[in-house]
Write a protein that binds this ligand. Structure first.
Ligand SMILES: [Zn+2]
Length: 283
């Protein structure tokens, strides 16, 4: 966990309480009222510029890029409010101003902490975690939850994998390289690790989509061998169901990897072994 992450989350909980957030999708208006802030939508910002924040006395003005989707604008507003609430100076440079959980390793710590705060405000733990646990672990569930919370797929998927009890990972790539990976605790325990900055694996569903391979379809789960994604053997996992999609307008590719629940796989293997033994094939 990044230094300062826990206090950013606690501050987000405090902010939710002050704003009186009691249902989802969360009301951005309530947050703005609690922060004595107002939003100005502008259409002349560069595409990689998500927003800015200014303070005049006790009044806060947030500028958002009106050309971005409404889900993204919701995230941006909360990210900008985070700069004020957490007292962190904005480090938006020309290449780091798009804040949508694009936690590129080069992103300044202040920006990552503001993203953590924004994600917690948009997808509050107390609603989101139970929703994740109730859902079947699939890309479709991420889409449904993104709609329910009026959040981007990118932000929703990242938190989805973090909270899931299933062994799964959410992967974000630009047109060539892996930029962000969030994985569930059970998958990390199986020694899953994908290095940020590597090229998208060519034989993965995401890699084939990015190449324009016509034998693969977006949003359709396909089995891929675990070694396509990782170099080391995984504990109890040999295969993933991979579902991927390209979002050309954002220059992004997204993938969800889901491994067979490890326990189930192990039990199945034991069962086969027991059966074989009973049948006298193994001695
Ligand atoms: Zn920022």
């Amino acid at each position: 966990m990044l230094e300062g992450e826990q206090s950013a989350i606690v501050e987000a909980w405090r902010f939710q309480q002050e704003a009186g957030i009691s249902e989802i999708p969360v009301s951005i208006e309530k947050y703005l009222r609690a922060a004595n802030a107002e939003v100005k939508v502008r259409y002349d910002l560069k595409n990689d510029e998500a927003g800015q924040v200014f303070q005049f006395g006790d009044r806060t003005i947030i500028i958002v890029n009106g050309n971005h989707s409404s889900e993204r604008q919701r995230f941006t507003i909360l990210h900008e409010l985070a700069h004020i609430r957490l007292g962190l100076p904005s480090k938006h440079g020309s290449s780091t101003s798009v804040s949508d959980l694009l936690s590129y390793s080069r992103r300044p710590k202040e920006e990552v902490l503001c993203d953590v705060f924004a994600a917690e405000c948009l997808l509050p733990n107390r609603f989101f975690r139970p929703d994740v646990r109730k859902s079947t672990c699939s890309f479709q569930s991420v889409q449904q939850l993104a709609e329910r919370y009026e959040a981007s797929l990118t932000a929703t998927g990242s938190r989805y994998a973090t909270y899931s009890d299933e062994p799964c990972a959410w992967i974000l790539a630009d047109d060539q390289r892996i930029r962000f990976v969030a994985s569930s605790a059970s998958l990390r325990n199986a020694r899953f690790f994908v290095r940020i900055g590597i090229e998208i694996p060519k034989r993965s569903v995401l890699g084939r989509l990015a190449r324009g391979d016509s034998t693969v379809r977006p949003l359709v789960a396909e089995a891929v061998a675990a070694y396509v994604w990782v170099d080391n053997p995984l504990r109890g996992i040999s295969e993933f169901e991979e579902t991927a999609v390209l979002q050309p307008s954002l220059n992004q590719g997204l993938a969800l990897l889901v491994a067979e629940p490890i326990e189930v796989e192990r039990q199945a293997r034991d069962f086969i072994w027991e059966t074989e033994k009973r049948n006298g094939r193994l001695r």
